[in-house]
Design a protein around this ligand. Structure first.
Ligand code: CO8
Length: 259
């Protein structure tokens, strides 16, 4: 399928989705959100993608929602914009596909929110992250008021959202907003290396681990442990669990079949 604002490339179990609207620093206008959604659906149904790397073309990851579109929206329009972005970001967060944000440059507002909806964030030293919505007289509307405090704590989230300050990649790493910081030239290699490593592991184990971590971070410990026990039972009914354990004992590489 041809897209105007994104590029999608797949190589085996790893796909790279590049947001490519550099004239607006990859800002998420309605068309771009629709294209990301449709590309992500195609990955969910292709039967082979296990990891998606999300990145941005040229100097930005994503500089936020498209401010021109925000200006035109009234209260109901604002609600629809927020629902559309939140629905897509939640789909990415909940998906069986693991997502890695390769944050190459500005990840502001909706861009920071998109990175936070991904499972893992790797940033270039050139990246700048923040929630500058208050500068525009608006609030984060793609999950930022919810996910930022879950990642970095309530006080830091309030400091960042209420001041609108931008963080360097190093400072973002210090507070747990990104997991790794690398040189710009190394960013995609690092993301690919991690993606391929994850894609080589037991695929059911990877997706159930992700589900259990997501579930557990939104509930109490007893519920989370009960969920883990159920997922543990599920994985013990899989062929891949027998293959992985057998391969270890036979001192060979496992040949996982995703079943
Ligand atoms: N939307 C639209 N266009 C943008 C955006 C954006 N978010 N960001 C940059 N652009 C455009 C600029 O207007 C400029 O266009 P032109 O060349 O036609 O003048 C072009 O991209 C290049 O930008 P700059 O010249 O400003 O580049 P600089 O390197 O000087 O500055 C910055 C880079 C610091 C990133 C600067 O562009 C900036 O501050 N951008 C806005 C960042 C921002 O405020 N983002 C948050 C947006 S609000 C948001 O994301 C809310 C999410 C939830 C929405 C749900 C609501 C209901």
């Amino acid at each position: 399928m041809a897209y105007n604002n994104i590029q999608l490339e797949s190589d085996g179990h790893v796909a790279v989705l590049t947001i490519n609207r550099p004239k607006a620093l990859n800002a998420l206008n309605d068309e771009t959100l629709t294209e990301i959604d449709s590309a992500f659906d195609s990955l969910l149904s292709d039967g082979q993608t296990r990891v998606m790397i999300l990145t941005g073309a040229e100097k930005a990851f994503v500089a936020g929602a498209d401010i021109g579109e925000l200006l035109k929206a009234d209260a109901e329009g604002g609600k629809q914009i927020s629902i559309k972005g939140n629905t897509l970001f939640k789909k990415i967060e909940d998906a069986d596909i693991v997502s890695i944000a390769a944050v190459n440059g500005f990840a502001l507002g909706g861009g920071c929110e998109l990175a936070m909806a991904c499972d893992i964030r790797i940033a270039s030293v050139k990246a700048k992250l923040g929630q500058p919505e208050v500068n525009l007289g608006v609030i984060p509307g793609y999950g930022g008021t919810q996910r930022l405090s879950r990642l970095v704590g309530k006080g830091k989230a309030k400091e960042l959202i209420l001041t609108g300050d931008m963080l360097t990649a190093e400072d973002a790493q210090k507070i747990g907003l990104v997991e790794k910081v690398v040189d710009p030239e190394a960013l995609m290699d690092e993301a690919q290396k991690m993606a391929k490593k994850i894609a080589s592991k037991g695929p059911i184990a990877v997706k159930l681990s992700k589900k259990a971590i997501n579930y557990g971070s939104e509930t109490n410990l007893d519920d989370g442990i009960a969920f883990e026990i159920e997922k543990f039972k599920e994985i013990f009914g899989s062929d891949d669990k027998n293959e992985g354990t057998q391969a270890f004992l036979e001192k060979r590489a496992p040949n996982f079949q995703n079943k």
